[in-house]
Design a protein around this ligand. Structure first.
Ligand code: FNR
Length: 350
C-alpha cells in the first residue's frame, strides 16, 4: 500500500513538471475547422451549454477527469478542483481509488462532498483492480465518497510499460458486464490517453454501458509517464510506444458514428482550450473532459490559478458557439465543419 502511495506522488511530480505530453503526439483537432459566421444574430449570454450527466444538471458540458487521491497532496488537488467544479456547474472525478481500497486511512483524500455537494461525482478504479475487489468492493468505493457514478479505467498501454504492471488482459468484458449489472447507467468506461475506438465502444454499449470517455491520444501520455520512471527494456519499449493510441478527434467522431445518438460520450485527451472543447462537442461528444491543464494550473497557482485557467477555457468555449452562430450544443452539431489531413484518413479507416 505504501508502494501505491509512493507511485502516486511520483506520478504527480512527473505530471506537474515533466515532459508527459510528447510533442509529436496530436489529438488531430488541428485538422478540424469550425466555420465562422459573420452575422451570429445572438448575444453571448444566450449561449446555453447546460446538459444532463449522471442524473444531474451541468451548467457547462465539462468534466474534470479523474486524476488523484491517496496522499495529502492529492487531497488538496481533489478538493480545489472539486470546488471549482461546484462553483461553475461542471462534473468532477477523483483518481483511482486503489490506494483507498488498500488503506482506508487514505480515504480522506478522496472526500470532496463537503466542498462539492451538488456536482456529478465519479469514483474511479482500474479494470483489473475491479476484478480483485469484486463488484461489492467497487460499490463500497463509490458509496464511501458519495459518488453519482463509477469510472472504470482501461490502461493496457500503461500497465505494459510499468515494471509491476499487469500482463494478462483476458476477461475484461466479463468484468464490465458484472459492473453494468451493479451500476447500470451510473457506470462510465474510460481510457487514459490511448483512446477507445469504435469496435470496443460498440461492444461496451452492447453490454449495457451508457457512458464512455474515449480519452484519446494527444495529451497526457501514461506510457510516457511510466517510461520516465522505467529502466532497461521497459524504458526503451515505452519510448517506442509513447505515441501509441487513437487520436482524440478520431476516437470521438468514429465512436459516435458506431454507437448512435443515445450513449453519453465524453471526449478527453489533450483538450487544452475552449475551442478544443467546442470541436469535440461538434464531433459528437456530450461532455468534454480535461485533466492535465487544470491540474497544472492548480499546482502552479492553487485554487486561484485553476480559476483563471478555467475562466479562459469557458470564455473560449462560449466564443466558439457565438462565432459559429450556435446557441447550444445541438445547434453546434448541425453546423458545417471542415475535416482535413490525417484525421480524414482515420475517419476513412475506422
Ligand atoms: C490521470 N488520469 C487518470 N485516469 C484515471 O482513470 N485514473 C487515474 O487515477 C488517473 N490519474 C491521473 C493523474 C494525473 C496527474 C493526470 C494528468 C491524469 C488520466 C486522465 O483522467 C485523462 O484520461 C488523461 O490524462 C487525458 O486527459 P488530459 O490530461 O490530456 O487532459
Amino acid at each position: 500500500e505504501q508502494a501505491t502511495a509512493r507511485r502516486k506522488d511520483a506520478h504527480l511530480d512527473l505530471c506537474a513538471t515533466g515532459d508527459v505530453e510528447p510533442a509529436e503526439n496530436s489529438t488531430l483537432l488541428e485538422y478540424v475547422r469550425l466555420v465562422h459566421c459573420a452575422m451570429p444574430e445572438m448575444a453571448v449570454e444566450e449561449v446555453d451549454l447546460s446538459t444532463d450527466f449522471l442524473g444531474k444538471k451541468l451548467r457547462y458540458p465539462l468534466l474534470i477527469t479523474g486524476m488523484t487521491g491517496g496522499t495529502e497532496r492529492a487531497g488538496v488537488v481533489n478538493r480545489d478542483l472539486a470546488l471549482l467544479a461546484e462553483r461553475h456547474g461542471l462534473a468532477f472525478g477523483v483518481g483511482s481509488q486503489r490506494a483507498m481500497a488498500e488503506n482506508p486511512q487514505a480515504g480522506a483524500s478522496y472526500q470532496v462532498r463537503q466542498v462539492a455537494p451538488t456536482v456529478p461525482l465519479l469514483g474511479n478504479i482500474g479494470l483489473y483492480q475491479a476484478v480483485e475487489l469484486g463488484v461489492d468492493g467497487v460499490r463500497r468505493l463509490a458509496d464511501a465518497i458519495g459518488a453519482d457514478g463509477m469510472a472504470l479505467h482501461l490502461n493496457a498501454g500503461q500497465e505494459l510499460t510499468q515494471p509491476e504492471g499487469d500482463r494478462d488482459f483476458r476477461g475484461g468484458y466479463q468484468v464490465v458486464e458484472d459492473l453494468v449489472r451493479a451500476f447500470g447507467s451510473r457506470l462510465l468506461v474510460k481510457e487514459t490517453g490511448c483512446g477507445i475506438g469504435p469496435e470496443v465502444a460498440r461492444r461496451l454499449v452492447e453490454l449495457g454501458v451508457r457512458n464512455v470517455d474515449v480519452s484519446g491520444l494527444g495529451g497526457t501520455s501514461w506510457v510516457r509517464v511510466e517510461q520516465l520512471r522505467a529502466t532497461g527494456v521497459q524504458a526503451q519499449v515505452g519510448a517506442e510506444f509513447s505515441s501509441w493510441g487513437i487520436p482524440t478527434a478520431a476516437a470521438i467522431a468514429t465512436v459516435r458514428r458506431a454507437v448512435g445518438p443515445d450513449a453519453r460520450l465524453v471526449a478527453s485527451g489533450g483538450l487544452r482550450t475552449g475551442l478544443d472543447a467546442a470541436k469535440v462537442l461538434a464531433l459528437g461528444a456530450d461532455v468534454a473532459g480535461m485533466a492535465l491543464p487544470l491540474f497544472r494550473a492548480q499546482q502552479a497557482g492553487g485554487l486561484e490559478g485553476a480559476e483563471q485557467a478555467l475562466a479562459t477555457i469557458l470564455s473560449g468555449l462560449k466564443q466558439a458557439l457565438v462565432l459559429t452562430g450556435s446557441r447550444n450544443c445541438g445547434e453546434l452539431r448541425q453546423k458545417p465543419r471542415v475535416i482535413m489531413g490525417e484525421l480524414k484518413d482515420w475517419l476513412a479507416a475506422l
